[in-house]
Design a protein around this ligand. Structure first.
Ligand code: DAH
Length: 342
């Protein structure tokens, strides 16, 4: 019997507890009424008295060991966060944390603000829900003037008699800055804008713009051109060519639009640039004296320039993206492609 006890002692010592089921199996096998240890106690009763002393001692030790093992295993299993795995294999590789990516619009907005802040522009922001005065009136759009139709506006019916709208451009922020500050003013205003446009590969009802404004004594169109040359070179490199075309905006006079070499075909002509080799990236001009006066800035003393461009357009050219809708769909297969860009 001593031999049997010894072999069970070894067996119990080697028993591997992995989960609650294995602990229960252990209990049933060794400690339950019909288990091995009670059976050994029965057998013990049949032993001649001279053997009982030593065998009784070993048998008690076996029982204590089994009970101790079971109690230890149960407390480890209960403490373990994953009750099913008591044993942890520390040599396994860790679970990688997947890194997110910044949205391409955020990447380019940051690049743009970095470029302008390097030459002394400060960032200013304004509300997306605007009143008619900041979006149109102060910017020299007369009431009922057809120029308002250039931007299909989402009006908001607030019921308070005030005409609220979702800003159609970030030019509204330049009004807010000029109302609160006297020249010299040198600011850029990135932000989201809204227009009631049919959604397509080239247009969306929401997009982002960066507005630029510089007002001081003696600011000229040459300063505007130089700043925009600098911006394009920093953004796209010095191989890119630029051209200005005369245009019209109520808030600038003279006004222009600026084109750059199409980055998709390098100027050879392609569907993106409608085979012209050029793509328009911004509107600009000298701030109209009426706008300065509307914002209580002395238009006989100060002049200034302004420009406004779409961040989506710049991003599409920069990363060669051909559909504007991708920016708003949040498709992870699209977004994760920008992981390596900081
Ligand atoms: N606000 C114009 C638009 O959204 C863009 C623009 C044109 C801004 C000329 C300007 C500017 O500051 O001078 O279409």
């Amino acid at each position: 019997m001593e031999e049997k006890i010894k072999s069970f002692l070894e067996e119990i010592n080697l028993f591997l507890f992995t989960n609650e089921e294995s602990a229960e199996a252990f209990r049933l096998k060794y400690l339950s009424k019909k288990g091995i240890i009670p059976a050994l106690f029965e057998e013990f009763k049949t032993l001649p008295p001279e053997q009982r002393k030593t065998t009784g001692k070993s048998l008690n030790e076996l029982k204590q060991l089994a009970e101790q093992k079971l109690a230890d295993a149960k407390s480890t299993i209960n403490k373990s966060p994953d009750k099913d795995t008591v044993k942890t294999d520390l040599s396994l590789p860790g679970d990688p944390h997947s890194l997110g990516a910044r949205h391409p619009i955020s990447i380019v907005r940051k690049q743009m603000t970095d470029i302008f802040t390097r030459i002394g522009f400060v960032v200013s922001e304004g509300p997306e829900i605007e009143d008619d005065w900041h979006n149109f009136g102060a910017l020299n759009f007369p009431p009922n003037h057809p120029a308002r139709d250039m931007q299909d506006t989402f009006f908001i019916d607030s019921g308070d008699g005030e005409k609220w709208l979702l800003r159609t451009h970030t030019s509204s922020v330049q009004v807010r800055v000029m109302e609160n500050q006297q020249p010299p003013i040198r600011t850029i205003s990135p932000g989201r804008v809204y227009r009631n446009e049919t959604i397509s590969a080239r247009a969306h009802c929401q997009f982002h713009q960066v507005e630029g404004l510089y007002i001081d004594e003696g600011v000229s169109f040459a300063d505007l051109k130089q700043t925009l040359y600098y911006f394009v070179q920093e953004m796209f490199g010095d191989k890119i060519e630029i051209r200005f075309r005369p245009s019209f905006f109520p808030f600038t006079e003279p006004s222009a639009e600026m084109d750059i070499t199409c980055l998709i075909c390098n100027g050879a002509g392609c569907p993106v640039c409608k085979h012209s080799g050029w793509v328009e990236i911004l509107g600009c001009g000298m701030v109209h004296p009426n706008v300065l006066d509307n914002c209580k800035i002395d238009s006989t003393k100060y002049t200034g320039y302004a420009f406004g461009m779409g961040i989506e357009r710049i991003t599409m050219l920069k990363f060669r993206i051909n559909d504007l809708r991708l920016f708003f769909e949040n498709d992870i297969r699209f977004l994760s492609q920008f992981k390596s860009v900081l």
